[in-house]
Ligand binder design. Structure first.
Ligand SMILES: [Zn+2]
Length: 181
């Protein structure tokens, strides 16, 4: 019997992290530990590493959180990976009923830093999801220079009415605006 079967039974279906709100119910309907351990495996964490971490922690939540912290250290020089990891930590927060904002802020910060390091990008544009709430839709298409973003930091939108789990969860992102030669 594999560890997965032992921990979660055979019936769980693997689901991807939802980029589209339409997939969110499928995501949230699977077992919390199952979906995040599956996700950790996608990031390269093995069953053995998970078992070891779980042995040292009181709960699955703590083991998952601690392995995410390890991944952040491991990928500290890749800002896009940092963005993705912080975004997933924000989802975990929201699913556990905690405020996702601090990790969403860190996700946005890493994405902006990534853009700032690429020579061709001179500003960013806010892109809201097609199922976004009215407040986020108002931000859609807003072009900002890097200094404007630093002063106003409009994302995550604190007025967002769309939820993930129990918490408001703004899914807007900064898109890159290429320099026109
Ligand atoms: Zn919103």
């Amino acid at each position: 019997m594999s560890l997965r079967e032992f921990l979660f039974g055979k019936k769980e279906q693997e689901v991807d992290v939802p980029a589209e709100p339409a997939h969110e119910n499928a995501w949230l309907s699977s077992n919390f530990t199952f979906r995040w351990v599956t996700r950790l495996k996608n990031w390269g964490i093995t069953d053995k590493e998970y078992s070891k971490e779980r042995h040292h922690k009181k709960t699955d939540d703590e083991a998952i959180f601690s392995l995410y912290k390890k991944l952040l250290v491991q990928h500290k020089n890749d800002m896009l990976v940092q963005q993705a990891l912080y975004y997933e930590l924000a989802m975990i927060d929201a699913e556990l009923g905690r405020d996702p904002k601090p990790n969403l802020v860190l996700a946005q910060k890493n994405l902006l830093a990534h853009y700032h390091h690429s020579k061709n990008i001179r500003s960013v544009v806010i892109e809201s999801n097609k199922d976004a709430c009215a407040s986020c839709k108002k931000l859609d298409g807003w072009v900002l220079t890097f200094s404007e973003v630093t002063k106003q930091h409009p994302l995550p939108n604190l007025k967002c009415m769309k939820k993930h789990g129990k918490k408001s969860f703004c899914r807007c992102i900064y898109g890159p605006m290429a320099r026109i030669e």
